[in-house]
Ligand binder design. Structure first.
Ligand code: PLP
Length: 422
């Protein structure tokens, strides 16, 4: 092997270094803005991969991190506990529906989903039922670990790893007019009696292309699961923490999942943390004098105290500040953007759910591997906008402190991009 490939020793995620050799160095973040090392100010229109909710460096979250770092930085979470994890869990369970009772910590969205799948299979195993099938939705995305890749849409990103992956049962995405086919497929799979769980992103399939479906459909899918005793796993890693207009997307459908996955906005976007919350029967199935029924999952930094303190401060912000009003205001600004984009040439499929606005730039092929992708990335970067299209799908998912002027600038740039490339 040659040792002559150029570039930095750092290998960046989802980055083809041969096409994008230069990484923009970021020195600071405040509110909805990043400051580059060269002094340029960049508007963070995708909340740094959907994690930043209130804005970068919210003072209460930063103070909580600073304070906790001086007391206890890290401690093993097996056999030990700590105040920030207990405080966060108590506050979280207060705002979640009452039948979600047990919280298991991990470090990322992917691990939150892995934990949920293991909880579901553990539940059925310990209940003495051999169910192990997993139903998912076409175009879903649940992470990049092997288990979550197995559950997500397969494509160019997963092809080399196919030999490692397990099979799942896929429902067609409920495009308008085709909802019944999705419901029928779910009914069919569930009726076999072999399905352990249905794993789904509520209302918005994020990385799969910001595909949206209505709350009534989520409610119908939940009812089918309940009828067949198939556990409903809601992957709210992206949709949680206000993104879709409510604290959880499930709320809009009046649905309480059996297992709920949260990450991303859990610390307001400051530190990595995740929690998988389940209903009592899932926990009870593992509760035993028999050590073989232990929930065998951990990672070294599970429930890191500093991350938990940041998460607790985030919940204080949700309690004390008008977060949902800000979410609604951003939703209104995006609705105005949707109206403008709908009339623009070269754009199609304009859609919005809460703070998320998405559309397609027509012209050079659809999908994630559209030839447009790299050009669009550069186009927005050249305008100091952090907008990272999913191929030909352009979307905005801004922090909740964004203003009308800032978002109008993004809407203008999308219209300009459609004009340039559409
Ligand atoms: C719905 C959903 N689930 C899981 C994940 C994986 O989260 P992470 O990247 O933190 O592992 C993501 C990430 O985008 C996501 O959108």
């Amino acid at each position: 092997m040659s040792g002559s490939t150029p570039g930095s020793p750092i290998w960046h995620p989802f980055t083809q270094h041969a096409i994008f050799p230069e990484m923009r160095r970021i020195a600071a973040g405040q509110g909805a803005w990043l400051t580059a090392a060269d002094g340029a100010r960049i508007f963070d229109a995708i909340s740094s991969w959907w994690v930043v909710t209130h804005g970068h460096c919210h003072p209460r979250i930063i103070a909580a991190i600073r304070d906790q770092a001086e007391r206890l930085d890290q401690v093993i979470f097996a056999g030990y506990t700590h105040e920030p994890a207990e405080r966060f869990t108590e506050k979280l369970l207060e705002i979640l529906p009452g039948d979600l009772t047990r919280a298991f910590f991990s470090d990322s969205g992917s691990t939150a989903v892995e934990v949920a799948l293991k909880m579901a299979l553990g539940f059925w195993r310990h209940a003495g039922d051999g169910r192990s099938g997993v139903v998912v939705m076409e175009n879903g995305y649940h992470g990049d670990t092997v288990g979550t890749m197995s559950a997500g849409e397969r494509g160019v990103f997963s092809q080399p790893y196919e030999p490692l992956m397990f099979g799942v049962h896929r429902l067609p995405f409920p495009r308008p007019g085709q909802e019944q086919a999705t419901l029928d497929a779910l009914e069919r799979h569930c009726a076999t009696g072999r399905m352990a769980a249905f794993l789904v992103e509520p209302l918005v399939l994020g990385a799969g292309g910001m595909l949206m479906y209505p709350p009534a459909l989520l409610a119908e899918m939940a009812a089918i699961c309940a009828r067949h005793r198939v556990l409903l796993i809601a992957d709210e890693v992206m949709t949680g923490w206000g993104r879709t207009g409510t604290f959880l997307a499930c709320e809009q459908a009046g649905v309480v999942p059996d297992i709920l996955c949260l990450s991303k906005g859990i610390t307001g976007g400051s530190l990595p943390l995740a929690v998988t919350v389940c209903k009592e029967p899932v926990y009870e199935a593992h509760w035993s004098e028999d050590r073989a029924r232990t929930f065998f999952h951990s990672s070294s930094y599970t429930a890191n105290p500093i991350a938990c303190a940041a998460a607790a401060a985030n919940l204080d912000i949700w309690r004390d500040e008008p977060v949902l009003e800000r979410v609604a205001a951003v939703g209104d600004m995006q609705a105005e953007g949707a109206r403008r984009l709908s009339g623009a040439a070269g754009l199609s499929g304009v859609r919005r759910q809460g703070t998320i606005l998405a559309c397609e730039i027509e012209g050079r092929g659809a999908g994630y591997m559209s030839a447009l992708g790299p050009d669009l990335l550069r186009f927005f970067a050249d305008r100091d906008l952090l907008i990272r299209p999913l191929g030909s799908t352009v979307y905005l998912m801004p922090p909740y402190c964004s203003t009308g002027d800032e978002l109008a600038r993004c809407h203008d740039a999308i219209i300009e991009a459609a004009d340039a490339f559409g």
